[in-house]
Design a protein around this ligand. Structure first.
Ligand code: BGC
Length: 719
């Protein structure tokens, strides 16, 4: 197995965007009739491949992102229908995560230039003989049209270049094959197409914040050079607002051949944006058309929601686009600035919501592999995965690290596959051992990110960390029980001990920790307090805050479910339908088409409406966890330990008596459910595919129950 490389530039490499992208080429002839042609291919760097001048897949930034010092995924394509007698396979490789800058780190986090390629075509002929064509010294290479391609910086393509592909490649010592494995989950592709509106000669609008690129139809003079910049918002001057991109330049350039209409579509970068600024820097050129191409892991959508309330529909759409924008090779925090990392808390708070929206089975299995690969020797689960060589990401924070227990647990509830537990249990145990070692009689130190980005309402960090410690220990006990691991008792007892100590330290005079919405929410969500015990306090904290939430990433995840658990679903509906600041509805009023990182990301009523550009993403899905509540509580389709996997549900809807939502309908995994509320009556309808078991639980009195056109219908009188 040989890997090949090709150096297109000599040191020093441009610190911003790296070296020109090489193109590798192999010509081959099939002298007999081919019955099958299978390609396996991967690169260190990201690649785009063409057979006989044509692209044969929509895969984007293949082979995706892992810790390349531990595993290298490869892609497989069936080329049988495309193979001819004389063939030419061409592959362009760009920096990607391998040599490109990741986050605010330097370049070359996993390895050095040259960018590397491995490919193997297996040709099976009609007579049964098999021929293999592999990367070796017979391949040729040169610079490609891509002058550079960098995920954060952008791409520069010179359409005038005809790549010569005439230089020898370097055959590299094989340090990589032992790490190769088939791709674990559906790859990133250019999945959605969005129309783009022209606002002026220099400004276009997709009307949707998203992650991806634009396909441009262009016309211009030979050598015309056009610059494209991207932004989520416009500034007060009406121009693209790019400050919050920090050091991600997010700028593409193209130089035209100048022969009639030309098309340009970046292949080796992506941006998080809504607006596109066009600037013709040299020559004359015109953009004839733009099409937005959204990229994300190409998962199957399994859920949908619709209500009679336009605001709630928009919040749902914002969360959905949050997922679509941030499932790019790993669950990222955001798609626009120089960050785009697999932050673990963001992933764990959003994972139940994501699983209602898309089939995320393979996606989270792959992410959990990245988390395990990144786990420190001392058991600490670091803040982001995949790991890359950069000190600031190797810290450990409660709620972030607890992704190691929370994601597998929810994955199991949703998909019913014990393998996720078996695969991750050792890592979970190591994490609990780490917590034990770094606790003082069960109490975790008050460090970490806490209830990140709450509004002037920080919850005691020691309480959050200790609550998560006890909760994670309990989840590990549950996992042990499910897979038949003998340590169940140990973890259950440990969890109970931590809970006791935590209560001793943080439950005082009827209050919990420093008396915040998040403190009560977590205490109830993790089962440390009876719903009845926290009811008055949580309601008081909301009332004291003028009926508004002030929770951050950690509290918001559970706030609405807990309000239902304490019998105040009415408050959950009010918070979801709220439009004052801070609320989801407030951001919609400010024009949000995605979920924001901060409740106060943009406030038009202020002299300077923009939050600090140093950390202000308009496409961070964490707060979008409210949509999980709509599926689970409002529509009522739930998994519990008694209803695991795609064929088992508890159906337990919470109807809205506040008038925020009068009609709700949704689908999930082939189930369709809907309800209507009129006065004091609710009509709930549900259709369930054959073989699916549902246990119905209603808090309200069933007045009538019947079947109609395969639907179960319940008429309920609301209390
Ligand atoms: C990221 C977050 C992340 C956090 C850690 C931020 O820069 O964007 O979403 O979880 O850091 O506190």
């Amino acid at each position: 197995m040989s890997w090949i490389g090709f150096k297109t530039g000599s040191a020093p490499i441009n610190a911003l965007h790296g070296a020109p992208c090489p193109i590798f080429r192999k010509d081959f002839t099939c002298e007999k009739k081919v019955v099958s042609a299978a390609l396996k291919i991967t690169s260190l760097g990201v690649f785009k491949a063409y057979l006989n001048g044509e692209s044969f897949s929509d895969d984007f930034l293949a082979p995706g992102w892992t810790d390349y010092t531990k595993r290298i995924p490869y892609c497989e394509y069936d080329l049988t229908d495309r193979i001819k007698e004389n063939n030419k396979l061409e592959v362009i490789v760009a920096d990607g995560w391998y040599t490109g800058r990741i986050c605010w780190s330097l370049r070359e986090r996993y390895g050095k230039y040259p960018l590397k390629l491995w490919a193997e075509i297996t040709l099976t002929y009609e007579d049964g003989s098999v021929e293999k064509i592999e990367t070796d010294k017979t391949w040729k290479a040169s610079k490609s049209q891509t002058v550079y391609g960098d995920i954060l910086c952008g791409e520069f393509r010179d359409l005038r270049i005809e790549p010569a592909c005439d230089q020898p490649v370097e055959v590299l010592p094989d340090e990589y094959s032992h790490m190769m494995e088939p791709q674990k989950c559906p790859p990133v592709r250019l999945v959605e197409k969005l129309p783009v509106k022209k606002l002026s000669d220099t400004l276009w609008d997709t009307e949707q914040n998203f992650a991806g690129v634009v396909r441009f139809r262009l016309k211009g003079t030979p050598g015309a050079k056009i610059r494209f910049r991207y932004a989520e918002l416009l500034g007060k001057d009406g121009k693209v607002y790019t400050e919050n991109l920090r050091n991600a330049r997010c700028t593409d350039y193209v130089i035209l051949k100048g022969e009639g209409e030309e098309t340009y579509e970046p292949c080796f970068t992506y941006h998080g944006f809504r607006y596109i600024e066009v600037c013709v820097e040299e020559g004359e050129a015109e953009v004839l058309e733009m099409t937005g191409l959204a990229c994300h892991n190409d998962l199957t959508q399994v859920g949908s929601l619709k209500t009679d309330n336009a605001l709630i529909n928009q919040i749902y759409s914002n969360a959905l686009w949050g997922l679509r924008s941030n499932f790019v090779a790993t669950p990222t925090d955001c798609p626009q600035r120089d960050e785009r990392l697999g932050w673990t808390a963001d992933a764990q708070v959003f994972c139940p919501t994501a699983m209602y929206m898309y089939d995320c089975k393979g996606f989270y299995e792959k992410y959990m592999t990245d988390i395990r690969d990144a786990q420190r020797k001392d058991g600490g689960v670091i803040n982001v995965a995949p790991y890359f060589n950069f000190l600031p990401i190797t810290g450990v924070s409660a709620a972030w690290a607890d992704a190691v227990t929370v994601i597998p647990y929810h994955h199991y509830l949703t998909y019913g596959d014990k393998k996720i537990l078996q695969d991750n249990l050792p890592a979970c145990k190591k994490w609990i051992a780490f917590c034990k070692k770094h606790s003082f009689f069960g109490i975790r130190p008050p460090v970490g990110f806490g209830d990140w980005l709450s509004i002037r309402n920080e919850t005691n960090k020691g309480f959050i960390a200790t609550a998560y410690y006890a909760y994670s220990a309990r989840l590990v006990a549950e996992m042990c029980k499910i897979v038949g691991d003998e340590d169940e008792g140990y973890y259950r007892a440990l969890s109970e001990r931590i809970e006791k100590r935590m209560k001793k330290k943080y439950y005082k005079k009827g209050k919990i920790a420093n008396d915040t919405q998040t403190a009560y929410t977590l205490a109830c969500a993790f089962g440390f307090s009876d719903p009845a015990e926290i009811r008055n306090n949580l309601v008081r904290k909301i009332e004291e805050n003028d009926g508004l939430l002030n929770t951050g990433f950690i509290g918001t995840r559970y706030l609405l479910p807990v309000l239902c658990e304490i019998g105040r679903g009415d408050l959950a509906y009010k918070l979801l339908g709220e439009t004052r600041f801070p609320s989801w509805g407030y951001t919609v009023g400010q024009g949000a088409t995605t979920i924001w990182e901060r409740w106060d990301g943009y406030r038009s009523e202020l002299a300077n409406p923009f939050q600090n550009a140093g950390m202000n993403s308009y496409n961070h899905y964490s707060f979008g966890a409210c949509i999980g509540w709509v599926y689970e509580y409002a529509l009522g389709i739930r998994h519990t330990l008694d209803a695991v996997g795609p064929n088992n549900y508890i159906i337990h809807p919470a109807f809205d008596v506040t008038g925020t939502i009068k009609e709700l309908s949704g689908t999930y995994n082939g189930i369709s459910a809907s309800w209507k509320v009129q006065e004091k009556t609710a009509e709930y309808r549900i259709k369930v595919p054959g073989g699916v078991r549902c246990k119905f639980v209603f808090d309200d009195k069933i007045e009538k129950e019947y079947e109609e056109n395969g639907e179960k219908v319940f008429i309920l009188s609301l209390g």
